[in-house]
Design a protein around this ligand. Sequence first.
Ligand code: GDP
Ligand code: IMO
Ligand code: MG
Length: 427
Amino acid sequence: MTAIVVVGAQWGDEGKGKIVDLVAERADVVVRYGGGANAGHTLKVNGQKVVTHLLPSGVLHPTTRCVLGAGMVIDPKVLLEEILDIEGRGLSVRSRITISGRAHATLPFQAAIDRAANAGPRAIGTTGRGIGPTYSDKSARVGVRLGDLVSSTRARSALEALVDAYKWRARAVGAAEPSVDEALAFLEPLMRDIQPLLGDTSLLVDRALRDNERVVFEGAQGTLLDLDHGTYPFVTSSNTVAGGACTGTGIGPTRIDAVFGITKAYCTRVGHGPFPSELHGTAGDSLREAGEEYGATTGRPRRCGWLDLPALRYAVRVNGLTALAVTKLDILSGYDEIPVCTQYRVDGELTAELPVDDLDRAEPVFERFTGWKEAISSARALGDLPASARAYITMIEERVETRIAMVSVGAERAETIVLGDPFARAR
Ligand code: GDP
Ligand code: IMO
Ligand code: MG
């Protein structure tokens, strides 16, 4: 088996960065296929913390090739800062990174509009990184692709269409009107560094797969933030589900061997939108403090709550998950009992399926499972865990009918219990 997609099974921040870094140890290529600098993926190796926003989380393995696919939206300034950060840590990046010229560029005025529109009763609570505007402009066919920026004539003509589309929007929200000259002046120095890194990423990944190399497709955000399958409109603007790996890279679904879903042992969400198993008040605060649940991109406090099994079953379905990693199990140490949402009641009827479009009026039904007191971060095998922590893992595995291949008990690469091969297809 050579191609695996790693996806978030909740509302993002499940620990994808940690798990991708771990599986990338055995990978030749790691591909980001969607989203942009809204992502914040944390890697912790020997006490050193790195947060990737645009670079694939395999970047700390010095020989792993990194690909940024056509489905991404890329803020060139953030990209360059990130490359310089990793180079500053003594690792080469430019020799092993390829960026699709089809990926769309996010420009400062798109981010400004995102932030200006991020208020009022219908606000989504976005990361303010220009994601929604960039994807909307792409769909409206006025976007600017990185490949459009390689010559100043092409760049000028692409930017004219985009800037035109922004003039009235800028006026409507009282923001400064963008100009083509300003945009060119912003882009030109950045593109001197980025242009040599552009390439045909669909071809690169195809060749790697033909050569039987191991390819990891790294999802950003999470299943319930998917534009089509998430809690619309409180979602991001891309397809975060496993299917996005194909469209966002330019390979067919027959090339994917396995889909590895990442879930926390509990649940978090940043931004607005329904979250039925959310804990309010001091209970939510203490879970947030224990789990250090603050956004890796924006620093915003994350909303915290109990694990939602119907939501996880939904993630198994819409992604075709072949295995799961359960992260942050260590954070649940200390509870007498751990409530878990196992069903929903909608119009008086119980269901184990997620009523994804009726979450506002669906009532979560909780079951309580026995907790454990011990710290568990030193566990490296299931047998090192207290019996009730083992039972919690088995319960998840049985209820969502999906094999658990990894249990993460700390942020460090080594703080992991490996139970099976995530690259294997068997469910
Ligand atoms: P991502 O967006 O899915 O990559 O997740 P984030 O990096 O935004 O958030 C996950 C946070 O949990 C990061 O701070 C990680 O370092 C941390 N983390 C990941 N796995 C574990 C774990 O098993 N235990 C603990 N305590 N922290 C973890
Ligand atoms: P990673 O990859 C958690 C959320 C935002 C907001 C909504 C739309 O680190 O898991 P956007 O800026 O994308 O238009 O915001 O999506 N969001 C995330 N939440 N983790 C993320 O990424 C997120 N990326 C976007 O908070 O609710
Ligand atoms: Mg994150």
